[in-house]
Design a protein around this ligand. Structure first.
Ligand SMILES: Cc1ncc(COP(=O)(O)O)c(C=O)c1O
Length: 357
């Protein structure tokens, strides 16, 4: 009955879904394994008790958070926009720039939301395959740009799900040959330690997005931000819904920015865990790709590995059906305890011997 009223290009559209499954260890969404730092909890309780102001609508411009982010990045608040997760900013960017059937250049494999969001906004995603080792080929991207004349080009660095990144020099080389708006997705930027944000004045067609969902461990508050020239921020503001960031979310993000040393320690710890886990997986015979992010793309030559792990209540992301990622799963780095539980489960599955320890 209702089906016939759905837009014809969305009739068979499969929306993004992540099933909520019971778990002991959650390593499927590249979240942080750490809880909110104690200092933030205390300040939040105090704020709720004294001046929450939750009977009012939030500041539609998220002014305070943009100002504080401006101090972090040495940028003006006019160069910054906040979104309900960086997802919303990807959507706003497509909404404002795409006319029906405009093309969006997307690396492949990469974050699945790019293609979905392009389609939802009447665009056509054009996938540019990464090289055999999943490195970006800068020449291929520039060639594809010339061939397809897209309205938007997307570079995800470090790339999800492969973990590889582009150097600043490589990105500069690419963006200087492209004139349409370019989205640089740095959702995992804090783990890689490099950013294109200092280059947004030099390249006014860049829109660099970051998020509080990964290194800041705040996936639950849904706050992301984008930085770019005033022109690109003004353009993207056209499609940003009003009051998008809740007062509560803005407050928590502000408190998080006061705890940067704690987050640095946590990032360091996860980097060490990543190195350790990579070695352990390799010693079990798995192929593990180098990663600049908080996850490892791992090739395991055994069928239904994700299902077998799921039965042990360990969640990982399965990519084995992706044409360029056969036998691959993506494992988010956890605490040492979580990583050990994963390894124990994998040993049981791969070597079929019940580990009773
Ligand atoms: C590459 C990339 N970009 C953007 C996002 C969206 O993050 P959020 O909307 O939580 O900021 C994700 C989430 O997994 C991601 O992997």
């Amino acid at each position: 009955m209702i089906q016939k009223y759905i837009r014809s290009d969305l009739q068979n559209f499969q929306p993004y879904s992540t099933p909520s499954l019971p778990y002991k260890v959650k390593m499927d969404s590249n979240e942080s394994p750490f809880p909110l730092p104690e200092e933030i909890k205390q300040e939040l309780i105090q704020w709720i008790k004294t001046d929450e102001n939750l009977n009012r609508y939030p500041d539609t411009d998220t002014t305070q958070l943009r100002k504080e982010l401006g101090k972090v990045w040495n940028m003006k608040k006019e160069n910054i926009i906040c979104g309900v997760g960086s997802d919303q900013l990807i959507d706003c960017m497509m909404k404002v720039f795409l006319e029906p059937k405009d093309k969006v250049l997307i690396p492949s494999p990469s974050f699945s939301m790019y293609a979905l969001t392009a389609r939802m906004n009447h665009g056509i995603p054009i996938e540019v395959p990464l090289k055999d080792n999943y490195d970006y080929g800068s020449t291929q991207i520039v060639e594809a740009y010339k061939k397809y004349q897209p309205k938007i080009v997307i570079l995800c660095t470090p790339n999800n799900p492969t973990g590889n990144s582009l150097s600043i020099e490589e990105i500069e080389k690419i963006v200087s040959q492209i004139s349409c708006p370019i989205l640089i997705d740095e959702a995992y930027g804090e783990f890689a330690g490099e950013s294109m944000i200092p280059f947004v004045e030099k390249f006014p067609h860049l829109f660099v997005i970051r998020t509080f969902s990964k290194a800041f461990g705040l996936a639950g508050i849904r706050v992301g931000y984008g930085i770019g020239s005033k022109d690109i921020i003004d353009a993207i503001s056209i499609t940003k819904p009003p009051f998008n960031i809740s007062t509560l979310s803005e407050k928590i993000a502000l408190l998080a920015l006061k705890q940067v040393p704690t987050y640095h320690e946590r990032i360091q710890l996860l980097q060490e865990e990543k190195k350790w886990l990579k070695n352990q997986l390799e010693s079990m015979g798995c192929q593990v790709y180098s990663s600049k992010a908080n996850f490892l793309l791992t090739k395991i030559e055994k069928k239904n590995i994700r299902q077998a792990l799921m039965e042990k209540q360990i969640l990982v992301r399965d990519f084995s059906k992706h044409p360029n990622l056969s036998h691959c799963i993506r494992i988010t780095i956890g605490t040492r305890h979580e990583n050990e539980l994963l390894l124990k489960a994998l040993r049981e599955i791969l070597f079929k011997k019940e580990d009773k320890s």
